[in-house]
Write a protein that binds this ligand. Structure first.
Ligand SMILES: O=P(O)(O)OC[C@H]1O[C@H](OP(=O)(O)OP(=O)(O)O)[C@H](O)[C@@H]1O
Ligand code: HPA
Length: 180
């Protein structure tokens, strides 16, 4: 088993880049069908979503726009329970078909906050695309989760944009912690 160390923690290979990219291609096809004749606004949630957004957007063939926002709730491996908005929403949301792009939905706290602030700006529609979803970790009920790359167990993961204490975002594949 391919193992790596990020800071003080050991991780093992979980999802290889090829597997990730194949799944992203399928998500793109699904979005191209669903948004035919529209011009969706993709809003990436920084920092974690930057690689997913880059690979996903290359699969999109309908006209589209991209923006980013930045919130933070994690310290090390656990959610602080509070969402800090560090870069706010783009201005031009009213009447748009918005697709939120996340790397992971874990407790659902971050997304609940983002969905609330986006809906206040009266978009025509909102859907969510997340590369990873931990169904058994969800503490907030989330609707609008249309495009899920992989449902994964409640284990800490790193790589492909996801970090552990700021490290590991540059890894090409996704790894899971070998111990709690
Ligand atoms: O469902 P939740 O429990 O809220 O967790 C999901 C959020 O946690 C991570 O962000 P983080 O706050 O670590 O910021 P980052 O994207 O800069 O790593 C991730 O990118 C999601 O936005
Ligand atoms: O499992 C995770 N890994 C990295 N960042 C995260 N943010 C929420 N859950 C995770």
């Amino acid at each position: 088993m391919h193992k790596i160390k990020v800071e003080d923690k050991e991780f093992e290979i979980f999802l290889e880049n090829d597997t990730i990219n194949k799944r992203i291609r399928l998500l793109g096809i699904q979005m191209n069908v669903d948004y035919e004749g529209k011009c969706p606004l993709f809003i990436g949630v920084l920092n974690g979503s930057f690689l997913f957004m880059a690979d996903l957007i290359k699969e999109i063939t309908v006209p589209c726009e991209i923006a980013f926002m930045r919130v933070a709730s994690y310290e090390g491996q656990s959610s602080s329970g509070k969402v800090k908005e560090l870069i706010g929403l783009p201005e031009n949301i009213e009447g748009r078909d918005v697709i939120i792009v996340e790397d992971i939905v874990d407790t659902g706290l971050t997304l609940t906050h983002i969905l609330k602030t986006i809906k206040e700006k009266k978009p025509a529609s909102v859907s969510v695309s997340t590369l990873l979803l931990k169904p058994s970790a969800l503490k907030h009920k989330i609707e609008d989760l249309e495009y899920v790359g992989f449902e994964i167990p409640n284990e800490f993961v790193v790589g492909y944009g996801l970090d552990y204490n700021g490290l590991g975002r540059n890894l090409n594949d996704i790894y899971r912690a070998t111990e709690i």
